[in-house]
Design a protein around this ligand. Structure first.
Ligand SMILES: [Fe+2]
Ligand SMILES: [Fe+2]
Length: 157
């Protein structure tokens, strides 16, 4: 495991997965809100994408809650706070920042799960990561930017 990934116990993994679950709830709420509030002809395509993201985030929340239950933990019912804005660019920026944070965390989580021999949980998270990177790419494209290199910030963290 790279040096920047702290080894964790099963109890610590449950707590970390609950943080991940809170981020998934945050993502569901943000995508539900932003997909309906976002205005402007140039944002209609991304609005449709945001609706799809909302449904995918719900499926992630269910997968993560299932892994927590499997480990004997209690899935949290509390989302991380969701920012609101009337400005389309702000909404896309909030979403992109959250996706970057989520990807950074799941990459670490895969390594932590594997270190504990929890290969199936790691595999489930890999599947989620594939979709989070698609979300990240959709948002960066809508903002007219390159996909950010989260691996770099991950090493610095
Ligand atoms: Fe997600
Ligand atoms: Fe996402």
């Amino acid at each position: 495991m790279p040096d920047n990934t702290p080894a964790v116990t099963r109890e610590e993994l449950v707590a970390l997965l609950n943080e991940d679950l809170s981020r998934e709830y945050q993502a569901i709420i943000a995508y539900v809100n932003y997909s309906q509030v976002i205005k402007g002809a140039q944002y209609m395509h991304i609005a449709t994408e945001l609706e799809k993201h909302a449904a995918e985030e719900l499926s992630h929340a269910l997968i993560i809650a299932n892994q927590i239950d499997y480990l004997g933990g209690m899935p949290t019912v509390t989302p991380k706070p969701v920012k609101t804005s009337e400005k389309a660019e702000d909404m896309l920026r909030f979403d992109l920042d959250n996706e970057n944070e989520t990807i950074k965390n799941y990459r670490i989580r895969v390594r932590q799960c594997e270190a504990l021999g929890e290969y199936a949980i790691a595999e489930n998270i890999r599947g989620i990561l594939v979709q989070e990177q698609e979300h990240q790419s959709d948002l960066a494209t809508a903002l007219g930017e390159d996909v950010p290199d989260v691996a770099r910030t991950e090493e610095m963290a």
